[in-house]
Design a protein around this ligand. Structure first.
Ligand SMILES: Nc1ncnc2c1ncn2[C@@H]1O[C@H](COP(=O)(O)OP(=O)(O)OP(=O)(O)O)[C@@H](O)[C@H]1O
Ligand SMILES: [Mg+2]
Length: 303
């Protein structure tokens, strides 16, 4: 769809708000505002080499922090089959991205409005099997998902760990990549493998590190120094650190309670670290030519 058509559709929809929304997933009064500016959302993939290092917690809490700062955020739970986002929010969703293939299911039906103002789409196996879909099916997903750009300023994609499956496709299709690691040697080795895979297939690598579960500042410096020096030397890419999150009992407690730490314990050290990462994302953002959400979808669905 061209820009003019999109503008026109927005004008019509603004005058005649849809009344045929079958689902109550997004309550009429809590619908995120549509984009007025004609610019696509930032598409940020959150990934890791090793599993269990904090991707989903970062994604969900970052979404809450950015939401509190006035940004409209959509999470795509692309960690297939794990429904991680649901678990952290204490929700269950039976509808997912694949449901869009049904003719009577619209984006608004799969765009779930969770607690704490978090909007998200469960990935199901939709993106994982993108290559196995027929071109018509891919076209349907592309067309319906493209509508996300009207509902979001930022799209956060929670990917699976490692470089298997479609993870590298996801991260190379996104405008920005946040690579999260803990200081553990195994996590660092796996993080390096992601950097290597990503830099080998990305035309314009844009990767920032987040170090999670740190104990003190010397540890942060060591992790960032090791990874950035290795990346510079062997991969010829520069990697900066966007932030760090201290190891925090409140984070563990919040996961058990299924209440994101940013909502349940906003004053905790981990919440404050995530808030600072959110600020860094908004303030330190360099304006670059972006592929945006449609560019991401095109690469995933080759539409
Ligand atoms: N800053 C932290 N302090 C203490 N514990 C943490 C911290 N971050 C994460 N954890 C612990 O690590 C666990 C795994 O976190 P999370 O589910 O976010 O990881 P993940 O990378 O998404 O995992 P997966 O690869 O399985 O999707 C959490 O349940 C929590 O117990
Ligand atoms: Mg996860």
């Amino acid at each position: 769809m061209n820009d003019q058509a999109a503008r026109l559709r927005r004008m019509i929809e603004d005058k005649h708000p849809r009344s045929d929304n079958k689902s109550n997933n997004i309550q009429e009064n809590s619908k995120p505002e549509k984009l007025s500016a004609n610019r696509g959302p930032r598409t940020i993939a959150i990934t890791s080499g090793k599993g269990g290092v904090g991707k989903t917690n970062l994604t969900v809490n970052l979404a809450i922090a950015l939401g509190n700062m006035g940004k409209r955020v959509i999470i795509i739970d692309a960690d297939m089959g794990m429904a991680n986002v649901d678990i952290l929010l204490g929700t269950t969703s039976r509808i997912n991205l694949m449901s869009l293939l049904e003719s009577d299911v619209a984006l608004e039906d799969v765009l779930l409005r969770g607690p704490y103002g978090v909007s998200y789409i469960s990935g199901g196996s939709g993106m994982e099997h993108a290559m196995e879909l027929t071109s018509t099916e891919r076209d349907i997903l592309f067309r319906k998902l493209a509508g996300c750009e009207e509902w979001a300023d930022i799209i956060l994609i929670d990917t699976g760990a490692g470089i298997g499956g479609n993870v590298l496709d996801f991260i190379s299709a996104a405008d920005e990549v946040l690579l999260i690691t803990t200081p553990e040697p195994t996590a660092l080795t796996d993080a390096y493998a992601v950097m290597k895979g990503y830099s080998s297939i990305s035309d314009n690598p844009n990767l920032k590190l987040i170090v999670n579960r740190v104990i003190d500042e010397p540890e942060i410096r060591e992790v960032v120094g090791t990874l950035s020096r290795t990346a510079e030397r062997f991969l010829k890419i520069s990697v900066e650190c966007l932030g760090y999150i201290y190891d925090d009992q409140m984070m563990i407690k919040s996961v058990r309670q299924q209440v994101p730490v940013m909502a349940g314990y906003p004053e905790s050290i981990s919440s404050r670290c995530i808030l600072s990462i959110a600020k860094g994302l908004l303030n330190g953002h360099q304006e670059k030519v972006k592929l945006g959400w449609r560019g991401f979808l095109k690469r995933i669905f080759r539409s």
